[in-house]
Design a protein around this ligand. Sequence first.
Ligand code: ADP
Length: 485
Amino acid sequence: MSATPARFPSLDYPRELNLLEQVHTALGSAARLEDFYIITCSMLVDPNTFGFSRAFLLRFDERSHTYTGKIALGSATRQEHERNREELAQEDQRIRELVEEIQRQSPEPVAVQQLLDLRYHGLWIQALQGRQDGENLDEAFRQVTLDAQQLPGNHLISRTAASPHALLMPAGECNIEGLPSFIECPLVSGRLVTKRGLHAIVIADRKFEATPLSGENLVHFQWLLNHAAVTLDNVELVSELTRTTERLKEVDRMKTNFLSIVSHELRTPLTSIIGFVHLLTEGRVGDLTPPQADLLKRVSHHSSHLQNMVNDLLEIAEVEAGGMINVTLKPVDPLSVVLQVLPKLELRRSMKKVEVQPVVEQAIPQVKADATALDRTLFHLLDNALKFSKPGGRVTITFNTEGSNLHIAVNDEGIGIPDAELKRIFEHFYQVDFRLERAFGGMGIGLTVVRLLLEATGGHITVKSAPGKGSSFILTYPVAENSAP
Ligand code: ADP
């Protein structure tokens, strides 16, 4: 690949910003540590802001106690800027027009401003790095590694790390052993400290400027470091957050994978168990005594329940991996689906002695839904209503037509759900009571399946609940066209 010829953009910051705003805008635009280092060093060597000639940044690693050369930037000399003045002016004009054009179209001028600053920096650094003469930028600097514990106390780096203020090191007075030869005193050096501790040492000089380093330069240098340190806290936070998010995504992918493998592995033997139990209960293998028949009925009930859970898990894993739930939307009679679901919950209902009642006060229209999905949705809502009811309690299923929609509500008088938890109960594996010794069983996936099924079929759910008084889960489906009640 042929190298792009170096191009020098304008080093002018937009005039409407004062120095403080320029620093904030430029530093604030850094989202990664690398950008932050580049921007900090670029600002230092920018003849229009701080006017140093070269800036070096040594990153401190707290685990290995070493300093490593991270970035070294040098500004172009004044003469060089003169030479490129014409090209600069053209580039400057082009960028301004571009930004004005974006600003005309975008309601967010601040964002554009940051883009503009980054672009200035980006182009400028590219230009510096594209230089062949090596006068201003020494690649070797990047490979510097210094062991903090081996450095003598009078070393430039040790003295800087120990000093709360930036230092002005006159020629001949500083120990720069181990640093690349292009680092020469006089120079200014200071530390970047974040909430976590020492982050880096920054060094700058005025090698290519006619006027030597002064106390004023030191004040400006310290001022920039102070602002940079504040920004660094944010950048570190964002980087940490990005890393954590990536890790969590990976863990989540592994969990989905695991779920899908386990569910597949469980499904096969379960299918055999259910098949064999069926053969037995049908009397195909011989006659059964009444106690045997009763026990097998229970085995059949529990294995079907297990099979439903495994299918739910598998479905969640599949949707998470980008799959879709297959549904066919047709006119469905909701009351007959309710009546179909109730027998599946009879064992739980009778053990808790809860009364379950569909309340039919008006003609119930057919809805546009998937019959199997509606069956599974109602199953989970009724299962929860029974589970969280008090023994001897009451569960009702009510129907209410409103415009072109039908609301189907599953109401209980059970433990209820605190307001703050309502948003989270549809997340997978979420349970209001997480303790292993909690009173109610379940895996925390019923409402996730309900949410996925509704997303696939176009229905909608709302929850009203009061702790200690009970909950209503209200499903809303569009009434089917030409629906005969
Ligand atoms: P599971 O019921 O298996 O724990 P779900 O996804 O069906 O999982 O429900 C998630 C959580 O929402 C439950 O653990 C419970 O804390 C709460 N919840 C759901 N339905 C009700 C209800 N009818 N009454 C009280 N809490 C409920």
